[in-house]
Design a protein around this ligand. Sequence first.
Ligand code: CP3
Length: 361
Amino acid sequence: MRLKKIGSDQPMSSQNELPSLLKVARGESVSRPPVWMMRQAGRYMKEYRDLRDKYPSFRERSENPDLAIEISLQPWRAFQPDGVILFSDILTPLPGMGIDFDIVESKGPVIDPPIRTQEQVDQMRPLDPETSLPFIKTILKTLREEVGNQSTVLGFVGAPWTLGAYAIEGKTSKNYSNIKGMAFQNPQLLHQFLGKVADSIARYICYQIDSGAQVVQMFDSWAGQLSPQDYETFAQPYQKRVIEKVKQTHPDTPLILYISGSAGVLERMGNTGFDIISVDWTVDLAEARQRLGKGVKVQGNIDPGVLFGSQDFIRDRVLETIRKGKNQGHILNLGHGVLPGTPEDNVRHFFEVAKQATSLI
Ligand code: CP3
């Protein structure tokens, strides 16, 4: 069952050319920075909310390929971003590791019981994506067919620390007192957990690439909650463990690393081996480029709150960010996900300005 016949009405002039986001990710130059938005599919879109009313279960929306494909393509049809991201969640692979979850309306992710004991960590199993995530293959394969070479298909995963922040807290947390309590009282247990997750996530990235993802972004959204010292102990080694495994078998797929609130660990992020560092808005993009050095590509970094400003304001910020990125290894994006309640017209304006940027800068 397909919900609707989809497809872009863009001309198929450049049949054999790589899409621009993939070009930039591979170090080639382009006429303007490619643009997409983290969380571009979701609640700010009326089309998404209507579908959610019909299919209230998040697990169903993200695990039924027809629904997930349709949701990924909603922003593609509306704005033609240069990247189309898989509609899923960072928690989606957890059940395949033996950790069940649900996403509850207005509460967010729930993991019950949360992982707190040695026994629970011992019971975790290595992810076998072919058997536990078959829908991911269908979704990514179909997205590639639908967008052709007009856009780049992105996969994504959560990093071990951030997945731990949900699995160990049991829900969205403000203070991370359970996972930090484990880190500072029983680090061995946390390291076992993080190591197991890292190995499963590495397999999952390879599976996404084999299924059609051309670029994969790792979200370590809550690693910015750690001091630099603890980032080096509990987050960075596992980011590296994942990337090293993936690069062994899939060296040519560009990988992006995102952390929210990363200003204090930016240089350390640059040392992980990721090809592209996704920068949030607490850092000036030109300064971020300097701090990261010439070889590192960047993504970002407009405050999602800017989309609540006037259209002139949005335009100024988009152009300023493009100037700071110098169109050298820069993928234009927000500094974090687009927020629920964002006016769709402002998202459209953001994309329009970004796409006209060659003539405007
Ligand atoms: O970018 C895209 O369009 C793909 C969509 C996407 C979702 N989750 C769908 C979703 C992506 C990239 C994610 C990743 C994700 N999930 C992250 C990393 C990104 C980030 O923002 O840092 C994190 C931390 C999660 C965990 C999670 N899942 C949270 C915090 C929430 C929101 C809770 C809430 O209700 O406010 C979710 C649920 C979720 N995942 C929603 C969506 C669209 C909202 C639930 C819904 O639409 O019913």
